[in-house]
Ligand binder design. Sequence first.
Ligand code: AMP
Ligand code: GLY
Length: 423
Amino acid sequence: MRILVLGSGGREHALVWKLRQSPRATKVYCAPGNGGIADDAECLAADLKSLDSLVAVASQLRPDLTVVGPELPLTLGVVDEFTRRGWPVFGPTKTAAQLESSKSFAKEFLQRHHIPTAHYAICDSVDEVRAALPHFHPPVVVKADGLAAGKGVVIAQSKEEAVGVAADMLSGKMVGEAGSRVVLEECLKGDELSFLVLSDGERVAPLVAAQDHKRVDDGDTGPNTGGMGAYSTAAIIDDKMRDWLVNHIARPVVEGMKAEGAEYKGLLYCGLMMTVRGPMVLEFNCRFGDPETQPILMRLESDLVEALEASIEGRVSDGDFKWSSDASVCVVMSSGGYPGTFDAGKKISGVGEAAKINGVRVFHAGTTKRDGAYYTSGGRVLGVSARAPELEIAVRRAYDACAKITFDGAHYRKDIAARALKK
Ligand code: AMP
Ligand code: GLY
């Protein structure tokens, strides 16, 4: 079968790598892809912001399966459009993807279905923010309602700061249209957990859990990013907790969406805070996480094509995934300056050397390939990933690999999975 992956990041490189291993895959394409994906799949030009462009690519190719990586095409309705044309596609519809594209929709949905989440208020003006603030104790989390590529959440240390941030969001200064409505939230404390499940609209099958590292610098300091690294081990959550998360969060979400006439098929990413009051939902994503997908798929031992088809065809079951008990980790190497401004076009060396280390795989994100050499082209450049029977060894392998890779301004955190190793 011919498989098309939409996207251009490290997540899509990991998806391409895993999908290619399926005995059912005859050829894998990626639109638009990146410099490293081009080594593993045929890359096709496409504009992820334009449904017309994606339809044009698929109508040429007629893939037997399309896998959508990022949220933007999903929230534009790529699944609705492809399904209408009879093209098999993995992911939720535009209506179902509101769980990610509108934080106010997600919060009201959670409340309607009694799924644990932080106290909140939805505000459309600065006056509404002022009126709601007496119900909050600082710090207060201020969130833009719409998609803001990781820049739409600020933890305000005081109520005055919260008013200022909300005003900047509401005026469009901070994140444009995405901030025309804001959500205020109680600030939760605890460890964050990325809990992903596969859904066919009725049933769910959990993937192994992962932990992301969102801040740019060591010790969880500096600004938030799309994610600077992630790891996955069998020890992150035990079977009892996994079952609790399925029964009290993931399945109620999927059942609630169905009951409301917005069947949720695809990958549901539950961003959770493990608080003293129990696990609570911070956010949903309607797709695979980046960089969580890199370590998660490194532990997958069963056929990903079969699992994604089970979602499309309505036959998801608990046995859809077989996992290795090994640990895995992904260390993101980014351009200097990211998540702020950075220069692109820096020559990358050492990727081949790094990939020779046992258990290591280098997934590309912001790279291009010219005359046989890789160059940086984005903020997150590479996801240097490793798998090993012990987390400690996986981490050492990933960092040995990072040490072999150089480009001007390269930055990476030195403490990915460090807290888990201390435990
Ligand atoms: P979101 O885009 O909603 O996932 O928020 C991005 C990040 O902000 C999360 O991964 C958390 O680190 C942090 N965050 C979001 N909501 C809260 C909250 N209610 N309490 C504490 N931290 C939060
Ligand atoms: N790693 C967080 C995300 O994919 O949004």
